[in-house]
Design a protein around this ligand. Structure first.
Ligand code: SAM
Ligand code: SF4
Length: 332
């Protein structure tokens, strides 16, 4: 699958639910209305669509949400997709991964490993229990920490994702680098993106990671590395800990030129870009009884409309998000 700008599209992110057991302040409003079940693809429908993408050259799938591990029976999807790892070029997955808030990991870590998952991204924005509860509106840090350590014990490599928020967790990053170093985790800092209404003013929360990086350099030696995971993060090695730190900077640095991914929502909408509205409805196609060939043709037609990139701007006067949909719809 090659898009109109010559980029090979090999990475599919799949949001399996819009629901979540937390309400992170930058991601959701407190009072969210979730989609009715009818509108959500069944796990079998998601699996079939993933199979169609794999036949067209997708070699990496990340399962996300909402919180993917709160979807009932989600392990059956992991097992089925895990069975597609390996095989001949263009016929199987190289990697199956998941992004999770970690609350259910203590329960599922061993099953994920058994299904073929080898790396997980776990969101943890702070190491302070009270701040964790404030940032997630009601979460308990112990549950996420238990999940993280269960994942490590199960043999999964862990990347901690932290959204950088001005005046909230910005003074914790030194501690988080040290903590990740001590436990053998990579760390990835993410700029807040203006997606969806969250009952707050994002212009107050936005913190450019270029500022964070120069601050971190006063304490840590950050060595350039060519390491890539196929995602948008730019990585450095922290010389003192030997672990990696990544920066995802959609606001200060446009990473679109090397974009290799598209996003499927739990309702079967394929978004060609996280920051644009270009989309295709695969639920209608699936439920109209499309054959595998018709599915493949619809995927190729959608990829032919992938836009060049996004241009997030926070409108300071209206304080409206750049896009109405929340991150929990497209899964980040
Ligand atoms: N619930 C899972 C989790 O929290 O990891 C998976 C879905 S969550 C939407 C995926 C990632 O998006 C998380 O790392 C989260 O911190 C990040 N995220 C959510 N809203 C964001 C926003 N407005 N700007 C930047 N990152 C955001
Ligand atoms: Fe839930 Fe993840 Fe969004 Fe937090 S970032 S509210 S854990 S979907």
């Amino acid at each position: 699958m090659i898009d109109p700008f010559g980029r090979a599209i090999t990475y599919l992110r799949v949001s399996v639910t819009d629901r979540c057991d937390l309400r992170c302040v930058y991601c959701m409003s407190e009072d969210m209305t979730f989609l009715p079940k009818m509108e959500i693809l069944s796990l079998e429908e998601i699996d079939r669509l993933c199979g169609a993408f794999i036949r067209l050259g997708t070699n990496k799938i990340r399962i996300t949400g909402g919180e993917p591990l709160v979807r009932r029976d989600v392990m059956s999807l992991f097992r089925s997709l895990g069975g597609r790892i390996g095989g001949l070029p263009n016929q199987g997955l190289d990697e199956l991964t998941v992004t999770t808030n970690g609350t259910q990991l203590a329960r599922y870590a061993t099953d994920l490993f058994a299904a073929g998952v080898r790396r997980v991204n776990v969101s943890l924005d702070t190491l302070d229990p009270a701040r964790f509860t404030a940032m997630t509106r009601w979460g308990k840090i112990e549950k996420t920490l238990d999940g993280i350590f269960a994942a490590r014990a199960a043999g999964l490599a862990i990347r901690i994702n932290a959204v950088a928020m001005k005046g909230v967790n910005e003074h914790e990053f030194d501690d988080m680098i040290a903590w990740c170093g001590e436990h053998g985790f990579d760390l990835c800092l993410i700029e807040t993106m203006p997606l969806g209404d969250v009952d707050g003013d994002r212009t107050d929360q936005y913190l450019p990671l270029s500022v964070v990086r120069s601050r971190l350099r006063q304490t840590w030696t950050l060595e350039e590395t060519p390491y890539q995971t196929g995602g948008p993060a730019r990585y450095f090695t922290v010389a003192q800990t030997g672990r990696r730190i990544g920066f995802i900077t959609p606001m200060t640095h446009n990473f679109c030129e090397s974009c290799n991914r598209v996003r499927l929502t739990c309702t079967g909408t394929l978004y060609m870009c996280l920051g644009q509205d270009d989309q295709a409805d695969f639920r209608a196609i699936l439920r109209a009884g499309a054959s595998d060939d018709e599915l493949g043709a619809a995927i190729l037609a959608a990829i032919a409309h992938k836009p060049l990139g996004h241009d997030f701007v926070i409108d300071r006067r209206s304080e409206k998000p750049a896009l109405a949909r929340h991150m929990s719809v497209t899964g980040g």
